[in-house]
Ligand binder design. Sequence first.
Ligand code: ZN
Length: 161
Amino acid sequence: MGSPGARKRYQIEMAARARAAREQAKRARLKRGTAKRVMALWNAALAAGWRTIFYPTVGTALDTGCHFLHVVCPACHQLGELDLRTIDIHPNAPLGAVVRRMSCRRCCPHPPFARPLGATPRSWLDELKWRPELKQELREPEAVYEPNWGRSQAKRKSDKQ
Ligand SMILES: [Zn+2]
């Protein structure tokens, strides 16, 4: 049977651990919430046509599950997409560094820099493979630039099903 002193020390230690775990969980929740807002702000800024405001980091996109980065070639309007999970890049690197490398291959030898469209949790290409009519919708500027385009894409898909 342990002494009361040891029991008290045990209780204090357990309370401290529980408090630390709560604080850790709270910090993680705040960080995740902030990251989500940052990605939403960036997507909204891009949708409004403001491309020079800032670039979130690759880590922010991955933490929020926005794995798919979408770009468009300003010259030929070819859409491009990249799964950020598949590339080897430091999580602190800005998405701009990735966008720079996604310049159009069709417009060689001097392609303009790709224009970012945003990052979403879902891939567009999966749908394009099977549904060519969606390709036409995505090429229409209003389909790409409207606010909450990610949400409207999801809604459009669920409406059709
Ligand atoms: Zn091009």
